[in-house]
Design a protein around this ligand. Structure first.
Ligand SMILES: Nc1ncnc2c1ncn2[C@@H]1O[C@H](COP(=O)(O)OP(=O)(O)OP(=O)(O)O)[C@@H](O)[C@H]1O
Ligand SMILES: [Mg+2]
Length: 337
C-alpha cells in the first residue's frame, strides 16, 4: 500500500556566521492515513526543521535541503514548483507552528484569518467561507462562534488561541496536520483538553497527524508511531508500544527514565541525561550520542551505527545491537520493564 507521506534520507543545512550547521542528517520516516506519528527529542535535534522541510518553508537564502525525497501521495514535494506547493500548503498539508502566538495576526479579526484560507483554496463566497469558519470554531470548542469571529487575538486566552490555530490549520480539511509543540506553552489542564481535541478531530476527519514534542507524556497519549531524534538523525523508530515497553537505544531509555512517574515513591531526584548534545557545525564522526552514553563502546566514537531491525517496524541505530557487540546490562526504563 502506498504511504500517505514518505520522508527519505532528508538532509538540511543552514549557512550561519559561525559556519554551516548540519541540522537534519539523513532523516527517514513514513506516515499512513489516520495515523499519529510523534517526533520526539531534545531541543535543537532538528524536529522543527524536519517539519518545515515537509512544508518547504526553509529560509531561502540560508537554508538548503541538500538531499532526500519527501513523497506525498507518491509525488515528490521537493520537485514541485513554489506555485504548486502553495496550493498544497494549508489545504492538503497544514502546520501549526511552534511560535503559534506570533503566527496569528493581531491586527485582523480572527474570522478574517480563518476565512482567508478557505477563500484562497476553495474559491467560495465570503458568506460560505464565514459559515465554514463558524463550523470550524464550533468543532474546536469555542463557544458562541458567530460573535467570536469578530474579535481580535488579544481578546482570547492562550488555550483559545491554540484552538484558533487548530481551526485555521484544519479548515481546508488537510490530509496531514503537522503540530509543532502545540501544547508546550499551556498549563496541564488546557494541554490535556487540546490533546483530546486533536484526537476527537482525528476520529471525525481521519486526518493524519505529525506531533512534534519533547514530552514523552504527550507521545504516550497521542502517538501510534514514534521517531526518536538525536542531533539531526532518527536514532530509534517504532510503534508506541515498542518505544515504551521495549526501548533499545540508550538515548530513548534516558528520555523515558527522565519522565516523572506517579508510582515512584523513592524520593530520588528525577533523572536527567548528563551532558549536552553535540555541535552540529561539525557533528561527531561516530554515534552522536556516544559522548553522553554510559554504554558507549570504542567503535561508537569512530563509526556511525547502521539501523538494525528489532521487529518489522521497530528499528534502532546503535552499536550495542550489533551481534558482535559485548552484552551490556539493560538500563532500567520508565515503565519499569
Ligand atoms: N533558520 C535557521 N538558521 C540557522 N540555523 C537554524 C535555523 N533553524 C534551525 N536552525 C538550527 O538547526 C538545528 C535544529 O533546529 P530545530 O529548530 O529543528 O530544533 P528543534 O528540534 O525543533 O528544537 P526545539 O525543541 O527547541 O524546538 C539547531 O541547531 C538550530 O540552531
Ligand atoms: Mg522546534
Amino acid at each position: 500500500m502506498e504511504k500517505l507521506l514518505q520522508v527519505e534520507n532528508l538532509h538540511v543545512t543552514f549557512k550561519t556566521h559561525g559556519g554551516e550547521i548540519q541540522a537534519v542528517r539523513g532523516v527517514s520516516f513514513s506516515l499512513d492515513k489516520g495515523e499519529t506519528l510523534a517526533i520526539v527529542g531534545e531541543s535543537g535535534c532538528g524536529k522543527s526543521v524536519t517539519a518545515r522541510s515537509i512544508m518547504r518553508l526553509i529560509p531561502e537564502h540560508t537554508g538548503r535541503i541538500r538531499e532526500g525525497r519527501i513523497l506525498f501521495e507518491g509525488r515528490d514535494l521537493l520537485a514541485l514548483t513554489e506555485k504548486e506547493m502553495r496550493e498544497l500548503r494549508g489545504s492538503a498539508i497544514s502546520m501549526i507552528f511552534q511560535d503559534a502566538m506570533t503566527s496569528l495576526n493581531p491586527t485582523i479579526s480572527i474570522g478574517e484569518q480563518i476565512m482567508e484560507g478557505i477563500i484562497r483554496h476553495q474559491k467560495v463566497s465570503r458568506a460560505a467561507a464565514r459559515e465554514q469558519a463558524v463550523e470550524m470554531l464550533h468543532l474546536v470548542g469555542i463557544a458562541n462562534p458567530e460573535r467570536r469571529l469578530k474579535q481580535y487575538l488579544h481578546e482570547f486566552s492562550g488555550g483559545m488561541r491554540q484552538r484558533i490555530m487548530i481551526a485555521i490549520a484544519l479548515v481546508c480539511r488537510p490530509s496531514i496536520l503537522i503540530a509543532d509543540e502545540p501544547t508546550t506553552a499551556l498549563d496541564v489542564t488546557i494541554q490535556a483538553q487540546i490533546l483530546e481535541l486533536f484526537k476527537t478531530i482525528q476520529r471525525r476527519t481521519g486526518v493524519s497527524i505529525i506531533m512534534i514534542t519533547h514530552d514523552m507524556g504527550v507521545v504516550a497519549k497521542m502517538a501510534n508511531k514514534v521517531c526518536v531524534m538525536y542531533a539531526g538523525k532518527v536514532v530509534e523508530a517504532g510503534t508506541v508500544r515498542d518505544i515504551f515497553y521495549n526501548p533499545q537505544h540508550p538515548y530513548t531509555k534516558g528520555l523515558l527514565y527522565s519522565m516523572p512517574r506517579l508510582d515512584d515513591d523513592s524520593h530520588e531526584p528525577l533523572y536527567s541525561i548528563p551532558g549536552t548534545p553535540p555541535d552540529l557545525f561539525s557533528p561527531p564522526k561516530g554515534c552522536a550520542f556516544a559522548a553522553r552514553c554510559d554504554y558507549a563502546l570504542e567503535v561508537c566514537r569512530h563509526h556511525q551505527p547502521e539501523f538494525s531491525c528489532i521487529q518489522s517496524q521497530h528499528q534502532v541505530a546503535c552499536w550495542l545491537q550489533d551481534p558482535r557487540a559485548k552484552h551490556v546490562f539493560p538500563l532500567r526504563t520508565a515503565t519499569g520493564m
